[in-house]
Design a protein around this ligand. Structure first.
Ligand code: ADP
Length: 317
């Protein structure tokens, strides 16, 4: 299959084998911004900014050995001066390192130089569902089935690796050139060490925080199902279910399970959202239950989605 992240392969004489030459592709990268990984003797060029996070700036970067484009999360050492901050990044890398799935952003490598630490990841050139929703306001039900099915696949894979993501949200659902959804950002994730283990705290502020996490009652995989419900709501309605102007008020609404399901939603969609937003974690559906829910079985589920869906509504048959 054609890989859009490999633009051309130089032959043994250093000439490109394809019309799309390596010199062409290198024009899009900043030759004054060279990144060197001395652990593997690999040189990268920095390209366009993909996004900014709490700590990191994320750029497209080009591996000059392979001509492959990656996403490079670059974290300035001045921002992670405290030992626990660095530890948190290393933990994130440790969790993500061994994961390999079509719907999870693939980890490539980790290295440092004097100024920064670098996390080299699979490139998701179409950014996240935050960007899609910004253009679109809300999505059609077939599109939501498409994204949700891929999200559930990815979450099922990480859960079977005993990892709870704990920060599933639109900004962590990235899209590659082919509109494949990739689950990102394991910054708040944790590994379940034994069956039935309950985690008591999260080091950070999850966006779609579940009531049991908020109330520090002990939480597990079901916290991710809650977030899947919030994501479904947000994609269909255009705003999150418990949104208010203050965090305090939002947390109160989450605790009270106080949200409304506006009329344009189909009854199947409303039902699925209600099931996922059950205050009692054990009563929420499993990931397999979600895929066999009426919301999935009652309507069209596209196999592929056109990139035009990032900015305008699709015309489904
Ligand atoms: P932080 O851990 O500092 O919060 P994030 O992981 O959220 O940083 O990354 C910051 C932004 O960079 C994200 O919102 C996203 O837009 C972009 N980004 C992160 N990873 C990738 C990737 N693999 N491909 C494309 N863009 C990415």
């Amino acid at each position: 299959q054609h890989d859009p992240n490999v633009r051309s392969t130089p032959d043994i004489n250093g000439h490109s084998q394809h019309a799309n030459s390596s010199t062409d592709i290198q024009q899009h990268f900043d030759h004054t911004h060279i990144i060197y990984d001395n652990t593997t003797d690999t040189t990268y060029l920095r390209g366009r900014l993909l996004g900014k996070g709490g700590f990191a700036r994320c750029y497209e970067i080009l591996n000059l050995t392979t001509n492959k484009i990656y996403a490079g999360k670059i974290i300035s050492k001045t921002r992670i001066a405290k030992p626990h901050q660095k530890q948190k990044i290393l933990r994130e890398v440790q969790l993500q390192k061994h994961l390999k799935h079509r719907h999870v952003v693939e980890f490539n490598s980790y290295f440092e130089d004097d100024s920064n630490v670098y996390i080299i990841l699979e490139n998701c050139s179409r950014k996240s569902l935050v960007h899609v929703l910004k253009h679109r306001k809300c999505l059609t039900e077939p599109e939501v089935r498409y994204y949700l099915r891929q999200l559930v696949d990815g979450v099922d894979y990480i859960h079977s690796n005993r990892i709870i993501h704990r920060d599933l949200k639109l900004g962590n659902m990235l899209l590659n050139a082919e509109m494949d959804l990739k689950l990102a950002d394991f910054g708040l994730a944790t590994r379940v060490d034994f069956a039935g283990e309950k985690k008591m705290t999260v080091c950070g502020t999850p966006n779609y925080i579940a009531p049991e996490v908020l109330q520090k009652k002990g939480h597990s995989f079901e916290a991710d199902i809650w977030a899947v419900g919030c994501i479904t709501y947000a994609l269909l309605v255009g705003r999150p279910p418990f949104e208010t102007t203050t965090l305090k008020e939002t947390y109160l609404r989450i605790t009270e399970n106080n949200y409304t399901l506006p009329p344009p939603l189909s009854s199947a969609a409303k039902n699925l959202i209600r099931r996922c937003l059950n205050p009692e974690p054990t009563k929420r559906p499993s990931l397999q239950d979600i895929l066999s829910d009426e919301f999935f079985t009652c309507g069209y589920l596209p196999r592929t989605l056109s990139p035009t869906c990032c900015s305008s509504p699709p015309k489904f048959p």
